[in-house]
Design a protein around this ligand. Structure first.
Ligand SMILES: Cc1cc2nc3c(=O)[nH]c(=O)nc-3n(C[C@H](O)[C@H](O)[C@H](O)COP(=O)(O)O)c2cc1C
Ligand SMILES: CC(C)(COP(=O)(O)O)[C@@H](O)C(=O)NCCC(=O)NCCS
Ligand SMILES: [Mg+2]
Length: 398
């Protein structure tokens, strides 16, 4: 079982860490928690020990004479990943200088695993030069991974920078680090991803669409970001929050997706088309809503442009392009045909007629096929795990 140690600091955002602990526990991860003295003003160790079915530790445990080995050494050796959230200005400053005056900080120094930091602060605190200096300083160390803060409503009623990343995003980053061990093999690389479905309108309220939710694209964007990439996401219909740190361009129709993908293509190293793009659109568009009685009985259709084929023919040799083929029945033959016909570097053949795979689900399965014909089976796993497998294979395309 994977082991995640969570250090909770004394900020009001500590209440959100209950959700993080609970979600990680339910996903099969072993979770232990350390609370600073200040953290215990906001939340109790009992909440965390109950949610994690494990002890929650405080400085009281640190000094126990009954510990057979020093607790900070035990916990440091135990952890695969160490999350510190909410990271306070105080703990950040101490991290930057290697200080160790409580259990949490001693465990940081007595461990070697990757550490993920999720700061949370009032805007003036977060924007203090001293705080920013400390933040830049810790990020220079390879061990520390970071979650950006968001801008929004704070507990002091201000709207500004310093909001902690949401639990879902924290969990996703922790899961990535458990998969990669903190690898940053995409650092310096630019990844362009399309996600979600497109809509082809008949009038302002009716369209031809598909069930794509963009979850696979979200997983790809998150995974690439967590491995250090500079990520641009061109997103069609989808309802989830965009991960902090991902550049997102929202589009609606296939034509909008086409122009944005072509616009972003020039600077990308790896392009992954996971969006479900319409093949056809209504031939006529009415800018006014059509009255029910004047809806046509048969819809005249025309083809929309083939985005991925256009990307393949416009890209440079050193840019790599991976497509997706959502298929029913035999998934390999049509995927191979699409790979050849559209001149892709690789394709992910995705069975959409199996339970737990394809549109809308949190899991997926696929066969990855490269242009030399090599096939790699990706058995049923979370979309985030699949995203990491695709990136690992994609970075090796020669
Ligand atoms: C109501 C309240 C809310 C606080 N919220 C934060 C916060 O969001 N971020 C922060 O850095 N400090 C916050 N603090 C201040 C920290 O609790 C304080 O700096 C403490 O020394 C941090 O200790 P620790 O880093 O050991 O947890 C808050 C304090 C209070 C009283
Ligand atoms: C406090 C909170 C977690 C509230 O989130 P919520 O609006 O989703 O309930 C969020 O605003 C946040 O992360 N704020 C940063 C920390 C903060 O506001 N500190 C107040 C110091 S006075
Ligand atoms: Mg298609």
């Amino acid at each position: 079982m994977k082991r995640v140690l969570i250090g909770v600091g004394g900020g009001i955002a500590a209440y959100k860490i209950c959700e993080v602990v609970s979600t990680l526990f339910k996903s099969g991860v072993e979770v232990r928690t350390i609370l600073t003295n200040s953290a215990q003003h906001f939340i109790t160790p009992l909440t965390f020990s109950t949610l994690s079915r494990q002890s929650a530790y405080t400085d009281e445990n640190f000094w126990l004479k009954s510990n057979s080995r020093p607790l900070h050494i035990e916990l440091g050796e135990w952890a695969d990943i160490f999350l510190i959230a909410p990271l306070t200005a105080n703990t950040l400053a101490k991290l930057a200088y290697g200080m160790a005056d409580n259990l949490l900080l001693n465990t940081v120094l007595a461990s070697t695993c990757p550490i993920l930091l999720a700061p949370a602060m009032n805007t003036d605190m977060w924007e203090q030069e001293t705080v920013q200096l400390n933040w830049q300083k810790v990020l220079d160390f390879n061990r520390f991974h970071s979650l950006d803060t968001a801008s929004g409503l704070l507990a002091c009623d201000r709207v500004g920078a310093g909001r902690m990343a949401e639990p879902e995003e924290i969990v996703s980053h922790v899961q990535s680090l458990l998969i990669t061990g903190g690898k940053r093999d995409f650092s310096g690389k630019k990844v362009l991803i399309s996600a979600g479905g497109t809509r082809e309108y008949l009038d302002p309220v009716r369209f031809i669409g598909n069930p794509a939710t963009g979850k696979m694209g979200l997983a790809l964007a998150s995974a690439a970001l967590h491995r250090g990439a500079d990520v641009t996401l061109v997103r069609g219909a989808a309802s989830w929050d965009i991960p902090l740190g991902v550049k997102c361009i929202t589009v609606d129709t296939a034509e909008e997706m086409r122009s944005q993908m072509l616009e972003c293509l020039r600077t990308a190293d790896l392009i992954i088309m996971s969006a479900a793009v319409a093949d056809v659109k209504p031939r006529e568009y009415s800018s006014q809503k059509l009255p029910k009685k004047s809806l046509p009985e048969a819809l005249a259709l025309e083809n929309v442009g083939d985005i991925i084929a256009e990307l393949a023919s416009s890209k440079r040799e050193n840019q790599k392009l991976i497509g997706f083929a959502a298929q029913t029945g035999d998934i390999v033959t049509p995927a191979k045909e699409k790979l050849q016909r559209k001149n892709l570097d690789a394709i992910v053949a995705n069975p959409i007629d199996e339970v737990g795979s394809g549109f809308g689900s949190d899991t997926n399965k696929a066969i990855y096929i490269d242009r030399k014909g090599k096939e790699v089976e990706i058995p049923m796993c979370s979309k985030l795990e699949m995203a990491h497998r695709i990136l690992e294979l994609g970075v090796r395309i020669s």
